[in-house]
Design a protein around this ligand. Structure first.
Ligand code: HEM
Length: 303
């Protein structure tokens, strides 16, 4: 049985369609509701076109609209949990590339049925979580990973992962499979329990805006390349860190377009991980391929 997009969005929202439509009017987003928009610029690595046949990366500077968020449907959720998310729109002159990423490298489900079960059970509190730990190895592996992921005191201090795989046109030959990884320029910096205890419940928004008013937050964007034995279509499987990485370019979040309409209205739209320029295509991962439709369905429900 394949879950419908509507059922998946119901499960994410924790409410059936009609209730979820009403709930949606009270929050800007239906998931990752605690978040904000800002802006910057992407500078492609000029050498990348020696390897990848992707015209998009020949533009020297590409405007970015960014949204940083926490998971979940509560717009007031505490920043002291470990999950951090970064969504980007790279708006080029003729094409656009979007990313919807997480600081967790591993996903909790490899198919839509398990995604539905996970979303339904986590909303049942500790009993539901325990059920997942006892019955769903992928969910258990995800919880184990999260338990070891310390919270950060800045959105700038995290590594972000695209999680799903994409196919990249190489200059000589067949497309190659890879995954997006954003490496923070200053490395991953985790907070101590003491540091975190001194913070109010919500501090991440203010911290990033203050930070970038003097120093941009920057990441190197890599594509981690799959080898023959790697499972490309299953986001619950992390590839070995020894896999080669190609430097795609630099993400610079500096707030330079924060007054532009696209930034001011970014919460009203969606980020779509399948918005890709020519030369990049989705893998066959069923999770990836459900995402655009789910985000569009969610967008319709919150209007
Ligand atoms: C079948 C798989 C998935 C489904 C059904 C799903 C569903 C959703 C829904 C309904 C929303 C709210 C959209 C809105 O109202 O604008 C959302 C947002 C989001 N999802 Fe997913 N999701 C899936 C997979 C993933 C994965 C693999 C990741 C992490 C890499 C992820 C990260 C996010 C983020 C960061 C947002 C917030 C986007 C923003 O900042 O506007 N999702 N998702």
């Amino acid at each position: 049985t394949e879950r419908t997009i509507s059922e998946l969005v119901d499960a994410v929202n924790g409410t059936p369609d009609n209730l979820s439509r009403d709930a949606g009017k009270k929050v800007k987003l239906r998931n990752h509701a605690n978040g904000f928009c800002t802006s910057g610029v992407f500078k492609p690595n000029p050498q990348i076109t020696d390897t990848f046949a992707i015209e998009f990366f020949t533009q020297a500077n590409i405007d970015i609209v960014a949204r940083f968020s926490l998971g979940g449907t509560n717009p007031q959720s505490s920043d002291k949990t470990a999950g951090r998310f970064m969504s980007l729109k790279l708006n080029g002159d003729t094409e656009s590339l979007q990313f919807v990423t997480s600081n967790a490298e591993v996903f909790f489900a490899s198919n839509l049925e398990d995604f539905f079960t996970f979303q339904t059970k986590v909303k049942q509190g500790n009993d539901g979580k325990q059920w997942l730990i006892d019955n769903k190895p992928d969910a258990k592996a995800f919880f184990d990973y999260i338990k070891k992921l310390p919270p950060t005191i800045s959105y700038a201090d995290n590594r972000y992962f695209g999680v799903n795989s994409f196919m990249f046109n190489s200059k000589n030959g067949a497309p190659v499979a890879g995954r997006w990884i954003f490496e923070p320029a200053n490395g991953v910096i985790t907070a101590s329990a003491d540091e975190l205890a001194q913070k109010p419940d919500n501090f991440l928004h203010k911290e990033l805006i203050e930070r970038i008013s003097t120093t941009p937050a920057t990441w190197d964007l890599f594509v981690q390349l799959a080898e023959k034995q790697d499972n490309v279509n299953d986001p619950t499987i992390v590839w070995p860190t020894s896999r080669p990485r190609l430097l795609i370019g630099q993400v610079i979040i500096n707030g330079q377009h924060d007054d532009a309409k696209a930034t001011l209205e970014c919460d009203k739209g969606i980020f779509n991980p399948l918005q890709l320029p020519k030369g990049i295509a989705p893998s066959a991962d069923p999770i990836l391929n459900a995402r655009s439709a789910a985000y569009i369905e969610s967008f319709i429900r919150r209007n």
